[in-house]
Design a protein around this ligand. Structure first.
Ligand SMILES: NC(=O)c1ccc[n+]([C@@H]2O[C@H](COP(=O)([O-])OP(=O)(O)OC[C@H]3O[C@@H](n4cnc5c(N)ncnc54)[C@H](OP(=O)(O)O)[C@@H]3O)[C@@H](O)[C@H]2O)c1
Length: 348
């Protein structure tokens, strides 16, 4: 069987590891980012690298990868591969261990809206722990935004506002799972329409079409996905995380009525689903972010809101991703039906 060699450091000692190609060949992430930085210039490079720590999702083992396909052998000097990226020179963590050494190797997550913002950070957080990630969003997989190998094959292009398309997407996800269990479903995708002048869409002006679209994407799709993937989630004693919002429980200066209503409904749905799914071993929780630095939040809105937050700062997508990860981990094995606020005290 073909093999590739990676260099790792253990307790200051460099070792060479032979990894079987049963693990899918992976373009080293630092190399990928370096190439991308060169190609795209500083603006996009900043987007790729804005997350602290490891910048790229890790490789995931193919379903039939053998854990025993690794042998340790004495090694030559430390790898210069990690140092090839100027942002990671000397970063010990940049030398990724083989995938099956990661804590959650073999687990699979489906996440909606992974192409940017909170979803993107969540993909990175889970991937760093060894999860395989199946992503869903309207745009095709974007290699420039997401420089990891498994992406295109594990991406489902779907408009969650289209109920029929969603049913086909669920079949597509099942096909990608190949009868295997699903450990986590993260319903993250969300839309928050504004008026033409970019203002809050109040209950007096929200068109019916906007209501229907928001309710489909933000509320109905999470329920249809969870129900459609019920068997796979039950097979894994899996976990569902619905991304709600602080605006589900209070009027907000920028977020509109339909958006707020959809998030309040999603919080309620979380409670109902937690009750219904619990006897089948599936936990269902929600996280309610406050102001998080993503494209949904304009710089003007961020500047206006910052002083009103007790912690006096906007949150980062990584801080949200960490809580989602906690809820999907065994650390939260007795937590279901709850909604965790992530807002620097804004709800107080
Ligand atoms: N950022 C905040 O301050 C904040 C605060 C509270 C709650 N939230 C919630 O957190 C979640 C993520 O927010 P974010 O700020 O990270 O959002 P974002 O940056 O706007 O990203 C939204 C994601 O959802 C996908 N998406 C949008 N409409 C879709 C559709 N019809 N079908 C499929 N995918 C769709 C987008 O991908 P495509 O464009 O490729 O479809 C994108 O990946 C949302 O549910 C949002 O309501 C955010």
């Amino acid at each position: 069987m073909a093999a590739t060699i990676v260099n790792r450091r253990r307790g200051g000692r460099s070792r060479r590891t032979v990894v079987s190609r049963a693990t899918k060949p992976v373009r080293h992430c630092e190399t990928a980012v370096t190439e991308t930085c060169l190609q795209l210039g500083s603006t996009l490079a900043r987007k790729l690298l804005y997350i602290g720590g490891s910048c790229c999702p890790r490789p995931v083992p193919s379903p039939d990868a053998k854990a025993d396909a690794v042998t340790d052998a004495p090694s030559p000097p430390p790898s210069t591969e990690a140092a090839g990226c100027p942002f990671h020179a000397g970063d010990e963590a940049a030398a990724h261990p083989p995938p099956h050494h990661l804590p959650d190797a073999g687990k699979t997550m489906v996440i909606t809206g992974a192409s940017r913002g909170i979803g993107h950070a969540t993909v990175r957080r889970f991937s760093d722990a060894g999860w395989r990630i199946i992503t869903c969003s309207r745009q095709p997989f974007n290699r420039q935004r997401c420089p990891w190998e498994e992406g295109p094959g594990d991406h489902v292009q779907v408009d969650l506002g289209d109920r029929r398309a969603l049913q086909l997407a669920i079949l597509d996800i099942k096909a990608k799972l190949r009868g295997g269990p699903l450990n986590a479903l993260v319903n993250n995708a969300g839309i928050s329409p504004k008026t033409e002048s970019g203002k809050r869409m109040s209950s007096l002006v929200t068109p019916v079409d906007a209501w229907m679209n928001v309710l489909h994407v933000n509320f109905l799709a999470p329920m249809l996905l969870a129900r459609g993937l019920f068997d796979e989630l039950a097979a894994a004693n899996g976990s569902v995380v619905n991304v709600t919002s602080i605006v589900g429980s209070r009027v907000h200066p920028f977020a509109g009525t339909a958006y707020a209503t959809s998030k309040a409904a999603l919080a309620c749905l979380t409670r109902e689903m937690a009750h219904d799914f619990a006897p089948h071993g599936i936990r269902v929780n929600a996280i309610a972010p406050g102001e998080i630095k993503t494209e949904i939040l304009s710089p003007e809105a961020a500047a206006r809101l910052e002083p009103t937050i007790p912690m006096r700062r906007i949150g980062t997508p990584e801080e949200v991703a960490d809580v989602i990860y906690f809820l999907c981990s065994t650390s939260a094995s007795y937590v279901t039906g709850t909604e965790i606020e992530i807002n620097g005290g804004q709800h107080l």
